[in-house]
Design a protein. Structure first.
Length: 208
């Protein structure tokens, strides 16, 4: 049985193994660090991942958790590129665990999707009588590689092209340590190895 701990404590422990929180650098010079920055970042990660907003993680009595501080860190440190870099660090660390080599090389992925009706207008929502009736909805895609590491998630505007979007993620996210963000060796895309589906032209996929 795993011990019962709070989610922030789990993130801090994983950071002690992987230093993934170091990927959250300032938008300006990439080097600016503030006191207890990791505490602010963890609070924001929990807030966004659990979809609970800032209120449950705000603590006016602790500088790193004041609302003003969290808003500042959210604006200048939590970006698509820093989240991708942090994810790449986690995937690279996962690949170093000895048991995962028995599962695979990180070159294959399982992609699954969930569909949701969306009651508001958004660029990701589209009509689909088969799934949404007369309403509009989105398809949320999640990809896991064969080393059991989450590698990508997206709500594509062109739901028909799932595998192509995973290939796009493989090309766009590079990590240190000789693997890209999908766990594949440099120069190889996960889409090249694990995807045998025919790709259709789409705005989110440009053939190379």
């Amino acid at each position: 049985m795993l011990p019962k701990i709070d989610l922030p404590d789990l993130l801090f422990e994983v950071n002690a193994w992987t230093s993934f929180l170091d990927a959250f650098v300032h938008l300006g010079d990439g080097t600016t660090r503030m006191k207890d920055l990791s505490t602010s970042v963890v609070a924001l990660l929990v807030s966004e991942a659990c979809n609970i907003g800032l209120t449950p993680v705000v603590n006016p009595g602790y500088e790193a958790l004041t609302r003003a501080r969290l808003v500042h860190v959210d604006q200048y440190y939590l970006r698509a590129d820093t989240i991708a870099a942090a994810n790449a660090a986690l995937i690279a660390a996962q690949a170093e665990v000895s048991i995962v080599t028995f599962w695979g090389e990180g070159l294959l992925a399982s992609v699954d999707g969930l569909r949701f009706v969306v009651p508001v207008r958004t660029v990701s929502a589209a009509p689909s009588p088969k799934y949404f009736g007369f309403k509009r909805g989105i398809t949320w895609l999640n990809a896991v590689n064969d080393q059991v590491a989450g590698i990508d998630q997206v709500a594509p505007t062109c739901g028909a092209l799932w595998a192509g979007r995973v290939g796009c993620g493989a090309r766009s996210c590079k990590a240190e340590g000789g693997v890209n963000a999908l766990g594949a060796p440099p120069g190889r895309r996960l889409g090249d190895v694990g995807n045998r589906r025919r790709r259709r032209k789409c705005a989110c996929h440009t053939p190379t």
